[in-house]
Design a protein around this ligand. Sequence first.
Ligand SMILES: Nc1ncnc2c1ncn2[C@@H]1O[C@H](COP(=O)(O)OP(=O)(O)OP(=O)(O)O)[C@@H](O)[C@H]1O
Length: 490
Amino acid sequence: MIQVKNLVGGYSDQPIIQGVDLTIHKGEFFGLLGPNGSGKTTLFKLITGGLPKKHGEITIDGKPISKLSNLEKARQMAVLTQEAHVSFDFTVEEIVSLGRYAFQKGVLKSLSKSDRAVIEEVMELADVTRYRHKQFRTISGGEKQRVLLAKALAQEPQLLLLDEPTNHLDVKHSFYMLDLLKNWQRKHGLTIFAILHDLNVASLYADRVALLDEGRFQKVGSVDVLRNEKQLQDVYEVEVKAQSHPIVPKPQLLMTPHNEGVAQSVDLKNSFHIDQNEGVIHIAFDQPLRTLSNSVVGEGIQWLKHFCNFHVQKNYDGGDPVDDIQSWLRHSGISLEQTAGMMTAVKLDDMVLLEREYEGIQLVVMVTAGVGNAVDITNEQRDENMSKIGTINTMLFVDAHFTDGALVNASISATEAKTKALHDLKVKDSYSNTPATGTSTDSLLIGATQIGEKTPYAGSGTVVGKAIGRTVYEATVEAIRKYRVRQELS
Ligand SMILES: Nc1ncnc2c1ncn2[C@@H]1O[C@H](COP(=O)(O)OP(=O)(O)OP(=O)(O)O)[C@@H](O)[C@H]1O
């Protein structure tokens, strides 16, 4: 659709755009990224002809853009810029109608029936119909932005150039506008070339992106370009962490503020307190820990301060565990947003809490264990009638700075240690009579202080992995022994 070859240009003899090559395909949403002053608007102006180029070629559908008349250009492309001033007293509807200008015929140009139908459609789409009779100058910045988009769409362009289209828009209207553009792109084969400042929005909506820095493209490609943390850091001079969106297979970026005064070490043993009664074990840390868990609430990767293990009756029907834990938390006055919550039918008095230190690494482990529902994971037959007390809940707190991979490593180390404990205590799957590897409802939480040097590994080949293995093993053995004693007494 658009082809740019070796484009050079700017405002003086010192060009801003310094040799740009670019191909934008028909029907794609292309995002132009780059820091302030990198030349994005200048590149737009060169492409639309608002600024004469010094060198290079710009063609649209193979035709040099400089050869297109203004009317031809208006039928091909619409531009929505930050500089769209409307100085006269026009109503919203009149502004949108201006978008049909290139289609009106005759000397005394007037709107045809089909022009009116297009105007109605785009006003409806941009959600501005209700302001149609208002003076443009009296509406808000965000409303103006939507009116100008409606005007651009009224042009029914092949190509839409947008300079920061969601500027002024709140979250709802930003996503509304982007969804609208995406739908229009799919329905009408519209080609979109948009300057976007929000890298996360670019990742979600653009098909391809280019990263402009000092008038040159650093990178052109799929939005996976945004996974290159080093390059983004160099261009934007901000510490960036690339993550994956949890629902859409696209990268999302997290910026890290420059934090001076962050603690360099923490005394783990003295940075929490524990409240325990018949109903709950509540471990509260002074500072949030980065956690990975399959807790009933607070699952996944989180930053949390409160860790609760709730007691349920042996015949708990498991109706709505999330709801139950949330209402217990509310009742106990513990923050829902900062808590990981597990449940167990094991007597909470039988909890084992160990504090250990290995080669300067401090660990705290809490285990409650019941093995009535112990299961051999490799045995495909299952006992559907699980009514006995049988859950091993493990919470492991470490003074370490784990990468996400190390969090997974740590959970493997803890799981292997638990399985070794079951093996040494000869716990069997009562259904298959083979050695049990766990129970059917075990929960595990790893919480790390994230202080000190980053640790990428926490497996059995590392000091921290070994420390996790030994402490979890010791706590699990002790908790199962306590459970067995209670079973024998009852
Ligand atoms: N009209 C102008 N006359 C002279 N220099 C200009 C003019 N407009 C912009 N520049 C300069 O050109 C460079 C690139 O500006 P441009 O507006 O293209 O950047 P941008 O990437 O769009 O930035 P932003 O993200 O801040 O909008 C800047 O150094 C700017 O000062």
